[in-house]
Design a protein around this ligand. Sequence first.
Ligand SMILES: Cc1ncc(COP(=O)(O)O)c(C=O)c1O
Length: 393
Amino acid sequence: MFSSRTNWPLAPNRLSELLRERQARGLPILDLTQSNPTRCGFTYPEDVTLAPLINPRALRYEPDPRGLLTARVAVGQYYAERGVELDPDQIFLTASTSEAYSFVFRLLANPGDKIMAPQPSYPLFDFLGALNDVEVLPYPLVYDGGWQVDLETLAAQCDARSRAVLVVHPNNPTGSYVRRPEHARMIEICRSHQAAIIADEVFADYSFDGDGDRDRVSTYSEPCEALTFTLSGLSKISALPQMKLGWVVVNGPPKLRQEAQARLEVIADTYLSVSAPVALAAPSWLAHRHDIQTQILVRVKANLRKLDELLTAGLPVSRLKVEGGWYVILRVPATRSDEDWAAELLTCEGVSVHPGHFYDFPSAGFLVLSLLPERDVFETALGKIIPFICARS
Ligand SMILES: Cc1ncc(COP(=O)(O)O)c(C=O)c1O
């Protein structure tokens, strides 16, 4: 009765079972997997968050396949503030970044074609690939005091069926950026296979050192020699995942870009998925993003500082370098699987963390913590995690 693309193992995994049992017994959980910003004690003033949804223009239906012009102009303004002038025609609104991925996969790939995606990275790519009938093939990011793209493996794995190289910038959960020389080589690889770059920049505003390293690339502002789709949205930029607004910026050689835009317009026109109240409110949410971004950056930096204070030299647990985003990775002894570490931390200490394998870390020994939780939750959880790991190492 059902398509094979939905043949997922639907039974709850071991960690969600343990969580459910703990919740059922009314036991407390210190949740360091929490990455929903609306549940982390940030202030969302109602006049800024809800009032913009009430707009009499929403009484009329004015469908536009690329999304309401006023909202696209506001997205253009967001990029203009970063020194990049875009034509609103280059911008397509979607109901989320995930939907933006689907549109771009549909635009570029036939069933069975390949999209190259970083590993470790965001776990949803496999699902997005399966739902759009494309194969998501990993290319490695390697860590040696900082993360780098394994460009040789990427080049070797690309072939005529590779339709795009996906970069997450900064990446979730490694918090690493693609460097300019890496980007240049990726463009060469893409051009030699007539493939595109898909750049997910949802965390672009959460760099720990401001504009930081000049060597980092920003794909929307680069002179693009490859067709490039930059994806982002309000779920991270304005920390409003519930409002459901994402977008795609199309860039690249003019002829290719025009053709991509014309085809994308038909895909978007088929769904017309962004609601009028959300599109009308978007300019205001974007204009007010700095307040929530500051709250988040203050939180993640404070949590990271606390972690560094507690991770004294000589402990069997350390953290990997992180440059931006909402996560940090702990390196723990690979004496047991990362899932065992996560399960034992939950059962014995009531602390919930993600095992590295959720993000396809190639080996054991990594736990992923969200840096968003409130400071007392984060600190209390660390006060349990670190001694627990030390005692069992
Ligand atoms: C790297 C990355 N891309 C995309 C998304 C999803 O964004 P949206 O809520 O706009 O679909 C997430 C959500 O965590 C993410 O981590």
